[in-house]
Design a protein around this ligand. Structure first.
Ligand SMILES: *Cc1c(COP(=O)(O)O)cnc(C)c1O
Length: 461
């Protein structure tokens, strides 16, 4: 008999899973103004809000923390991290930041001005926020197949090269400070970008003399998909693939809370010394001196170790395999999900799931609230609330995409937990015809509104 696949780790420390009653959950979500970010974690049974900073660190990471050097300048932890970044990504220059959006803030302060265009595939919400905050414009050049929810394509995160070249051709190049490609493409469903596509973007960037960066939060998951799906890469190691990806670029921004399996941290990797010097000034203003930039020594040590663990093939197989496991279970129940499942999450197509809830009443948010009430699952809305308003017209940006994202933390939940999640979703699916109304907004912030929004439910509970 073939032995089954097992997780390449065992568990040394546990924390409780909180059970609750439906009545409690109805009260809690009402008190939270139907915003899942406002819930207390003790009110949540299975927390799939995000895979960001929610992973379980290893014994080696915890022990590396004990060796953290907390010197203000030139700490050994800084050099540990510098060496790890050089070894894994190939970048000689790096700036530590407290998280991914801080890396965006420092890099975009250096490069992006009012009126600029920043093309790429789908920009992550904080990336979009940082570009629009500077009155510049993110241009989404993702391939069209990304919006066909159930069409199988190995690299739905890809950049449409014609769309990209069109932006480069029809605008003054001094208005395009960089191209930024997000790997994996989170907004399109955690979908990977192929090596061929990265190489072609590089070629275009070279031809037009524009800088090319990777928003790299899930670079290791992206490399796993290249290894398992792209011709010519099955024999290469994850680390060989990673260094080839980065070799085509001028630099990277990183949220270490994802593929580096730490709870907080980020960095910028750079090839060019001049750019490093310019960005260093902003790093010092916003983050801290360039040898710690918002991270303590122990955090840099844990991050250095996490970069190696996060690029381990067996680990990535178990992680991405767990996402696929949840996806296939839900598919068996007939639930409309985005296919194929991506690296970090299962995305439910809420418009098909709740066809009676009008778009103006936020179907994805409605489903996310139902999943919490049904079984204490916290998910996130990737739909009209997250899409914010158009910065010029202030109208809601209805894109037709209404996803509920079930993001799976790394090394935290078992497949039994996934069975529970699938059953909760199925129970809501079985009573979907009775869900006909959604929400209206009572209060919202001008930017990144979904974090703090307050809602009211039509018809109440
Ligand atoms: C999480 C994330 C960011 C922002 O990073 P934070 O650490 O949350 O600030 C940027 N881009 C992508 C693709 C991300 O997933």
């Amino acid at each position: 008999m073939n032995l089954p696949f097992i997780e390449p780790f065992k568990i040394k420390m546990v924390e409780p899973v909180y059970m609750s009653t439906r009545e409690q959950r109805e009260n809690w979500i009402r008190e939270a103004s139907f915003n899942l970010f406002n819930l207390k974690s003790e009110q949540v049974t299975i927390d799939l809000l995000t895979d960001s900073g929610t992973g379980a660190m290893s014994d080696k990471q915890w022990s590396a923390m004990m060796l953290g050097d907390e010197s203000y300048a030139g700490a050994s932890s800084y050099y540990n991290l510098k060496n790890a970044i050089k070894e894994i990504t190939g970048f000689s220059y790096f700036l530590p930041t407290h998280q991914g959006r801080a890396a965006e803030n420092v890099l975009f302060s250096t490069l992006v001005k009012e009126g600029d265009l920043v093309p790429g595939n789908s920009h992550f919400d904080t990336t979009k926020g940082h570009i629009e905050f500077r009155k510049a414009i993110p241009v989404d050049c993702t391939v069209d197949v990304a919006s066909e929810f159930i069409v199988w394509h190995p690299f739905k995160g890809n950049v449409d090269l014609d769309k990209l070249e069109d932006v480069l051709k029809t605008n003054p190049l001094e208005k395009i400070p960089l191209i930024i490609v997000t790997i994996t493409n989170n907004t399109a469903g955690g979908q990977p970008v192929s090596m061929a596509n990265i190489r072609e973007v590089h070629n275009l960037a070279q031809r037009y003399g524009v800088k090319f960066f990777l928003d790299s939060a899930r670079f290791a998951e992206n490399a796993w998909f290249i290894k398992t799906r792209e011709d010519g890469y099955s024999g290469k190691s994850i680390r060989e693939i990673v260094s080839e990806m980065f070799s085509y670029t001028d630099g990277m921004t990183m949220s270490s809370k994802k593929d580096a399996i730490v709870n907080m941290g980020g960095f910028i990797g750079l090839k060019d010394e001049d750019l490093f010097r310019q960005a260093s000034a902003y790093n010092i203003i916003y983050e801290g001196f360039i040898t710690y930039g918002g991270m303590s020594g122990r955090d840099m040590n844990a991050l250095a170790q996490g970069l190696f663990e996060g690029t381990d093939f067996e680990f990535l197989s178990s992680r991405i395999g767990q996402v696929a496991y949840l996806g296939s279970k839900m598919k068996k129940y007939g639930i409309p999900i985005l296919e194929p499942t991506g690296g970090h999450a299962v995305f439910i197509d809420s418009k098909s799931f709740l066809p009676h809830v009008p778009e103006e009443e936020f179907p994805a948010q409605s489903l996310a609230v139902e999943l919490f009430v049904e079984g204490g699952i916290r998910s996130s809305e990737i739909g009209t609330l997250m899409a914010d308003r158009d910065p010029v017209t202030r109208a809601n940006r209805f894109s037709g995409k209404e996803f509920v994202r079930l993001a799976i933390p790394r090394r935290v939940y078992s497949d039994n937990h996934m069975d529970y999640v699938a059953a909760v979703v199925k129970n809501v699916y079985d009573r979907r015809d009775s869900i006909t109304r959604g929400f209206r907004i009572i209060k919202e912030a001008p930017l990144l509104r979904h974090f703090t929004i307050e809602l009211e439910r039509f018809g109440g509970f």
